[in-house]
Design a protein around this ligand. Structure first.
Ligand SMILES: NC(=O)c1ccc[n+]([C@@H]2O[C@H](COP(=O)([O-])OP(=O)(O)OC[C@H]3O[C@@H](n4cnc5c(N)ncnc54)[C@H](OP(=O)(O)O)[C@@H]3O)[C@@H](O)[C@H]2O)c1
Length: 253
């Protein structure tokens, strides 16, 4: 899996053009979902870019109200792809663990429609229950994740169970970009606040999925491989944790 990706929620204007630019800039992971309305444009952008299928990693999601297997087929059709690299169960259903949905994704994987399957917005307890019921561990838990909202416990749990954290809303949807500690660190490293947030994820071993549509943002967010945040400054960033969620509440302890 590439170490970072491009988010596409609300990337509904010139989706194909933005995806083509992102691939040309070097992005190799694209995150979408059946409910984003971006899949046809993403497919178009990929085709226009000429990047080979083996050279990009596509993540999509099915909804908790879907038939997971059928929704997988529908997503692939919209994307114009034979398989996804990763299909996620977007969120747990209102009650239970989503076992039936997970069985649908397991079938999709068995049939080669997905290389890996995973979950999103799951707590450790819910993942444990899902594994207990089905015997299949998710490859990924995609959760909101930034210095302002993260968890040592979830980091430990996923490391112990071989699960990758993909971090969504890694830029806090721009709501914390002017926090003073972040601004000071950006100044110290000659980077922008957004780049420091992305770098924090990379150094933690979690996979950030910043969404960008403006050309400058796309370029800026991938220009993060020439800097290293010191251990001391990583600790400073960790201490900004206030269980912040741009969407409401973090779905994990
Ligand atoms: N699994 C889930 O339940 C779930 C939930 C939410 C999100 N996600 C995924 O995670 C992705 C990212 O999360 P998100 O879209 O919520 O928020 P985000 O990536 O934290 O923030 C996106 C916003 O930041 C702006 N931005 C991008 N780069 C910037 C920069 N360098 N400086 C300043 N502003 C910048 C973007 O503007 P422009 O677009 O104008 O460039 C956009 O308004 C989503 O797109 C989606 O793929 C998944």
């Amino acid at each position: 899996m590439p170490v970072m990706g491009l988010g596409t929620w609300q990337l509904t204007e010139d989706t194909a053009g933005v995806i083509q630019s992102a691939l040309e800039l070097g992005y190799r992971l694209i995150d979408t979902s059946g409910d984003y309305g971006t899949q046809p444009g993403i497919g178009q952008g990929i085709r226009r870019s000429g990047v080979a299928r083996s050279d990009f990693y596509l993540v999509t999601k099915v909804e908790e109200t879907d038939d997971a297997y059928e929704a997988t087929r529908r997503n692939l059709e919209e994307l114009g792809l034979d398989r996804a690299d990763l299909i996620l169960l977007h969120r747990p259903p209102e009650s239970g663990t989503g076992e039936d949905l997970w069985l649908g994704l397991m079938r999709a994987k068995e049939e080669g429609l997905a290389t890996d399957i995973g979950v999103s917005n799951y707590s450790a307890d819910l993942i444990d229950a899902l594994v207990e019921a089905t015997g299949e561990t998710p490859a990924v838990n995609q959760i909101e994740w930034s210095p302002f909202g993260h968890s040592e416990d979830m980091l430990r749990y996923t490391a112990d169970n071989g699960i990758v954290i993909q971090g969504y809303s890694p830029l806090t949807r721009m709501k914390r970009l002017d926090e003073p500690t972040l601004l000071a660190l950006a100044d110290r490293y000659g980077k922008t606040p957004a780049q420091i947030l992305i770098r924090w994820n990379l150094q933690l071993g979690t996979v950030p999925l910043p969404k960008a549509s403006k050309p400058g943002h796309l370029q800026e967010n991938i220009d993060v491989f020439d800097v290293h945040i010191s251990d001391e400054d990583m600790s400073r960033l960790n201490r900004l944790n206030e269980r912040f969620s741009s969407l409401g509440t973090l779905p994990y302890e």
